[in-house]
Structure formats: structure tokens, C-alpha cells
Design a protein. Structure first.
Length: 234
């Protein structure tokens, strides 16, 4: 579904990603794990068209999307759920969801998409007329995921969904992402919570200082000595 070759990304004159090779197959759950400032969020921003100084190759469903503006990337089926949720606090829950279906193509399927979102997240349905800024941190994360689903993505890229959440909400967030994947949405997850991410991933990549240093199945990487020492304190 997605093939990245030799991807290099710069912020000004500073290179942040170096020769990234990565592929995602349809219906897979793929994780990219690593420490802070490893380049994980930059990778998702490059895939989403949010960064301009990108070089190499990004091919989605056989078509190059390198250099495509974000709205075109969304139209092709890639939706990015950013770190920090980025909901609209002064809009209601339902208005936030409607923003996720902003294009004419997705607006035609608005009622069905809302039905699916409220089915996955019943708590949002109970609060549909509540201002999004008044939700708890966990509910805001659920809203960010639900908003991403409103445009019926083929590939959902999710940046640090567990950040700042209580352990119970972290568990629930990962369970929901797994459910979404099982319902045929391909997921590319960026996450610092290495154990949880690898435990549910078909395959994963380890990013260090802008370079991929390890890759394999989630179970293979959980057994890797370097990864256990560097990221899990084992």
C-alpha cells in the first residue's frame, strides 16, 4: 500500500531523516518506535505532505505522493492524527467530527460516518453537543481518532496517542486502534510506549537519530537485546 525509499527530510539546512526505507501492506498494523527527537513525528508529517523539504520516494497505492499538498494526500486515503490531539476546543464534539469530513466527497457520507464514529466511541455520542475543550484528555484523544475516521481513510497514521494519558486510557486507546485495524483500516503508529506498540504490531521499525536501525515483526523486536535495554529498561 505504502512504499518509502531513500526518504530524506530537512528543517531548513538541518537534515532530520536519513535514507528512510519503509513499507506498509494493506490491513497491516505497523509501528515506528524510538526515543524523543528520533524523527518519528517528522516521518508522519512528511508522509502527510506537511513538510516541503523532502527528497526520495513516497508511493501510495502505486502513485507518487512526494510533494503533494496535504488535502490531496487526505483525498487519496491517508489521514494523519497528530500528536497532541489538535481538536478544536470551541467547537462541539459533533462539529469537530464534521470538520473531519470537510470535502464534498466525504460530506456525502457524513451521516454514515457519524454513525460509525459514535458506534466506536459511545461516550462521544453522549457528549455530541458538548464543547470539545471540556472533554477529559482521554476523551479528546478518542475525538481525534474519530475525527480522523470521518474521511474513511485507507491508511491511518497516528502520532503518540498515549501521550499524557492515564494507564487505563492508554490501554483503551490501543484497544480501539486494534479494533480499527481489524475492521480493515491499515494503521501506521508512531509511539514511545514500545512494549504496547510492538505487542500489537504485525511489523515494526526502530528509529534512532533519524535512521532506521532495526526492523522486524513486533514479537521479534520485543526479544531484541538492544531494544530491551534501550527502551524497556530490561
Amino acid at each position: 500500500m505504502l512504499k518509502v525509499n531513500g526518504l530524506r527530510v530537512f528543517y531548513g539546512d538541518v537534515q532530520v531523516l536519513f535514507e528512510i526505507d519503509l513499507d506498509v501492506r494493506e490491513r497491516e498494523f505497523i509501528s515506528v518506535v524510538g526515543a524523543n527527537a528520533a524523527g518519528k513525528s517528522t516521518l508522519l508529517r512528511a508522509l502527510s505532505g506537511l513538510l516541503k523539504r523532502t527528497f526520495g520516494s513516497i508511493v501510495f497505492k502505486g502513485e507518487s505522493i512526494l510533494g503533494s499538498p496535504p488535502y490531496e494526500v487526505v483525498g487519496k486515503g491517508i489521514v494523519h492524527i497528530p500528536e497532541g490531539r489538535r481538536i478544536f476546543p470551541l467547537l462541539t464534539v459533533q462539529e469537530n467530527l464534521e470538520v473531519g469530513a470537510y470535502s464534498q466527497r466525504f460530506q456525502k457520507e457524513m451521516s454514515q460516518a457519524l454513525h460509525v464514529a459514535y458506534g466506536l466511541f459511545p461516550a462521544l455520542g453522549e457528549r455530541k453537543h458538548q464543547l470539545a475543550g471540556s472533554l477529559s484528555g482521554g476523551e479528546q484523544q478518542m475525538l481525534a481518532v474519530a475525527r480522523g475516521l470521518m474521511s474513511r481513510p485507507a491508511l491511518l497514521t497516528v502520532d503518540e496517542p498515549s501521550l499524557g494519558l492515564a494507564p487505563l486510557m492508554v490501554k483503551k486507546t490501543f484497544e480501539i486502534l486494534q479494533t480499527i485495524n481489524q475492521e480493515s483500516v491499515t494503521v501506521l503508529l508512531v509511539e514511545q510506549n514500545v512494549f504496547n506498540a510492538l505487542n500489537m504490531s504485525h511489523r515494526a521499525y526502530v528509529l534512532e537519530n533519524g535512521r532506521i536501525v532495526l526492523k522486524g515483526t513486533g514479537l521479534e523486536l520485543l526479544k531484541d537485546d538492544h531494544l530491551k535495554k534501550a527502551y524497556m529498561g530490561i
